[in-house]
Write a protein that binds this ligand. Structure first.
Ligand code: PAF
Length: 288
């Protein structure tokens, strides 16, 4: 069924009131199978499911892809409805950030490395909009994809530090058959480019394989991934990092479910990120 479309921030809570436990899936739209998985999970665990579609301008840097970020509300309504959403919240940027808006949320620690270094201000934009969306929707549970592993850690940190009354649920990444993680930004790539972008996944798997073979030295683990990435001539690496649950790189890794390998790279003009648990059986969410 097509979800109820709500554009007015003040209309969300009244539309959900009295309908039981609210599950919330915040998105920037151009929904794909990964978002559908988040919505299905919320549907299975909650009484009513709200999805937000808001391309949040404050989490994009000045030279990033805000103006060309893909948008298709009709398609999003259909996909969200098909996966079980009851309500789709789609506010305007001017309503979310009216004149005089002057408050932002800055998370330290986990937000300061990797994406935080490469994209200054990004996590401040994410934390601010996520807190605002949580306040507008008032869910019992909010669902985030593990594809944005560091974002998930940042949101968990913020929710814990600010005592936001919501349970954050991390949902495993959905992948194409090639291994490429589903992402709205994949729409920028042609089919042959997408096939080649799966090199990121193969690099992560190579790091996993080295760990499975007993390697615990972080530099050696990184080298296993870098050797795979070097096979793709059009790739510009941003980072390949093996981190603990606090997003810290250590000289040696622990056989710990929180140890994760993360990669960010530019391919064919598109910045892509991905990650895997270092130890394949481990699929725990950050900060649990
Ligand atoms: O992951 C995303 O799509 C966005 O960063 C989020 C969480 C919806 C905040 O704008």
């Amino acid at each position: 069924m097509t979800p109820q479309l709500v554009r007015d921030p003040a209309g969300v809570r009244p539309a959900l009131a009295g309908r039981g436990r609210v599950g919330f899936v915040p998105t920037m739209g151009y929904l794909h199978g990964g978002h559908a998985e988040l919505i299905r999970r919320a549907r299975a665990e909650c009484d009513v499911v709200a999805v937000s579609v808001f391309v949040n301008p404050t989490q994009f840097g000045p030279n990033e892809d805000l103006s060309r970020y893909p948008r298709d509300l009709e398609r999003d309504l259909a996909l969200a409805g098909g996966a079980g959403a009851d309500l789709l919240f789609h506010p305007d940027a001017g309503v979310m950030y009216p004149p005089g808006h002057a408050t932002t949320v800055r998370v330290g620690g986990v937000a300061e490395v990797l994406e935080g270094e490469s994209r200054p201000g990004h996590f401040e934009g994410v934390a601010t909009v996520v807190l605002k969306l949580l306040n507008l929707v008032g869910p019992e549970r909010a669902y985030f994809g593990e594809k944005d592993w560091q974002q998930l850690a940042v949101v968990r940190r913020m929710v814990r530090d600010l005592a936001v009354p919501v349970e954050i649920v991390g949902v495993p990444t959905v992948r194409e058959a090639s291994g490429l993680a589903l992402s709205s930004r994949n729409s920028y790539l042609t089919p042959p480019e997408r096939a080649r972008a799966a090199v990121l996944y193969r690099a992560l798997r190579a790091v996993q394989a080295a760990a499975a073979a007993g390697e615990r030295d972080t530099a050696a683990l990184r080298r296993a991934g870098l050797a795979v990435l070097a096979q793709e001539p059009d790739l510009t690496l941003d980072y390949l990092a093996v981190v603990d649950g606090d997003m810290r790189e250590r000289p040696r890794v622990e056989n710990d479910p929180m140890t994760r390998v993360l990669v960010a790279a530019r391919l064919f003009g598109v910045r892509l990120i991905d990650n895997l648990p270092l130890f394949a059986a481990a699929e725990a969410a950050p900060g649990c």
